[in-house]
Design a protein around this ligand. Structure first.
Ligand code: NI
Length: 198
């Protein structure tokens, strides 16, 4: 009997270690995507590490370029982005280092804007042309409260602006100015629609 209990225990532990914590991604229309996220004040906590793991697992399962806590219904100012490898949804984009950014502040560097296509896991199946700052400085904190400060441009800057927008309740269509450049991914980009899991 004791052996049976141990076997069951081992099975449980093995299951937990291998368990993916892929969370449901909220879609546009859900009012939780329109909130201003709360500032994180406690670092290096089990809750924060669990949130980070859930965000990473969910982002990777969806081939996302990034994911913000509000997209899985968590009202904290936490985003993850980057992959350290090319992203199948954006195969031609430069590689962005994998980052978890907490309580971010974004400051534009100069007033130059850049227009480019964006998608969002909370707006599945669609792409739109969105203006963003070409270069930004972003500051914030890591999981243990350590300071993060980077000056970036191009795709990296776009990803950061997109993800942090989720923390102020903004989805990319709310940033668009020209709705003639908004449509379904499978129509706009038939070549990559097969790889995109939106
Ligand atoms: Ni998004």
């Amino acid at each position: 009997m004791a052996s049976g209990i141990l076997d069951g225990l081992h099975a449980t532990i093995a299951f937990d270690l291998n368990q993916m914590t892929v969370r449901t991604i909220l879609k546009m229309g859900d009012p939780r995507l329109l909130r201003v996220a709360r500032t994180v004040t406690a670092f290096d906590t089990p809750e924060l590490h669990q949130l980070h793991a859930d965000l990473i697992d969910t982002m990777q399962a969806a081939n996302g370029a990034g994911l913000a806590a509000p997209q899985i219904g968590v009202d904290w100012a936490v985003v993850v982005f980057g992959s350290d490898a090319p992203n199948p949804r954006y195969p031609d984009a430069p590689v962005v280092p994998r980052t978890v950014l907490i309580n971010p502040v974004i400051t534009p560097m100069g007033d130059e804007e850049q227009l480019d296509w964006e998608g969002c896991l909370s707006v599945p199946g669609l792409r739109g042309m969105v203006p963003r700052w070409q270069s930004v400085r972003y500051t914030g904190q890591g999981l243990r409260g350590e300071a993060i400060e980077r000056t970036v441009s191009g795709f990296h800057a776009r990803v950061v602006q997109h993800e942090c927008d989720h923390l102020w309740g903004k989805l990319y269509p709310m940033r668009m100015r020209d709705f003639t450049q908004f449509g379904f991914t499978e129509v706009l980009f038939p070549g990559i629609s097969a790889a995109a899991q939106e």
